[in-house]
Design a protein around this ligand. Structure first.
Ligand code: FAD
Length: 265
């Protein structure tokens, strides 16, 4: 497989950098081709602003969605964004790797998504009618490809369990897994999360690294999180609500969007 790993950590000597190297080495040992986008090292510009749309005339109001659509259609996105889109189209699998910062991804990585997932490429794709609501949530430009997260967290695993004070990790990562990765079509694998890492010993590192190697060895075969397909019949159009009778009536929230009782691992 061809794999793009998008890496968001400012420190080359960090735990995350060491785990990135473990992942890349294992993937290459398995015969995969790997490219890395190292966002801090490359000085990635994270904010969406006028500079992203040079075709805007001075004084013209920036409407981000419309500007993104026009620029994508005209092949006029900036060169840094075009290069990332080319890598996404090249890759069979996308890995986003980051430390959990304030219950989400570091701003630089969110900014990579904001700028690279352009209108016409990652959203605004497909027919919008009374039959379909675009190609999204399991369909879209990136359908047929796999994606997964590699995340490190200071908190304990129990703190992120079903009744843990931080909220369940699958809920915290739902906006990324479902809202960012599944949306443009990726099959999303359960995340690899290393907990309680802030004072990790060498022995602890080896345990985490071995778990990560195993996930890299099974990247092509791990079953994806069974999210429901938007256009597969489970949702009413245009309200986009789950049809009555589907899902566990006791369960609310994000778990409703899982097909069947299988929980994300
Ligand atoms: P580093 O700081 O680089 O290293 C962590 C430890 O690993 C160090 O003790 C280091 O010595 C050790 N280590 C062991 N082996 C190695 C090796 N081979 N190479 C390098 N280091 C090694 N946590 C949460 O759970 N939830 C949050 O919402 C949250 N928000 C945060 C917000 C901010 C702004 C910050 C700064 C931290 C937050 N944290 C949070 C904690 C954060 O998730 C962790 O600090 C981070 O995941 C640690 O990863 P790192 O790569 O930065 O580790």
């Amino acid at each position: 497989m061809k794999i793009l790993l998008v890496f968001a950590h400012p420190e080359p000597g960090s735990l995350n950098a060491a785990l990135r190297d473990v992942a890349v080495q294992e993937l290459e040992a398995q015969g995969h081709q790997v490219r890395v986008s190292d966002l801090y090292a490359e000085g990635w510009k994270s904010e969406v602003d006028r500079a992203d749309f040079p075709a805007l005339t001075p004084g013209e109001r920036l409407i981000a969605v419309a500007a993104s659509k026009t620029a994508f259609e005209a092949d006029a996105l900036t060169e840094d964004v075009k290069a990332e889109i080319e890598k996404l189209l090249w890759a069979d699998a996308l890995i986003l790797q980051f430390p959990l910062w304030w219950f989400g991804m570091p701003a630089i990585l969110k900014g990579w998504v904001d700028r690279v997932f352009a209108y016409g490429f990652a959203y605004g794709v497909g027919e919008h009618s009374d039959r379909r609501w675009g190609d999204r949530y399991g369909e879209g430009t990136l359908a047929g490809k796999r994606a997964m997260l590699i995340v490190t967290a200071g908190g304990w695993e129990e703190h992120y369990s079903a009744r843990g004070v931080n909220g369940p990790i699958d809920d915290l990562l739902f906006p990324i897994n479902h809202g960012i990765l599944y949306y443009p079509g990726y099959e999303v694998l359960p995340p690899f999360v290393a907990y309680r890492v802030d004072r990790l010993s060498e022995a602890g590192f080896e345990t985490v690294a071995e778990g990560l190697r195993e996930r890299m060895r099974t990247l092509a075969t791990t079953p994806p999180i069974p999210y429901r397909q938007q256009n597969g019949g489970d949702y009413l159009i245009p309200s986009m609500q789950l049809r009555p009778g589907l899902g566990d009536p006791e369960a609310g929230g994000f778990a409703l969007h899982l097909n069947g009782a299988v929980a994300a691992g």
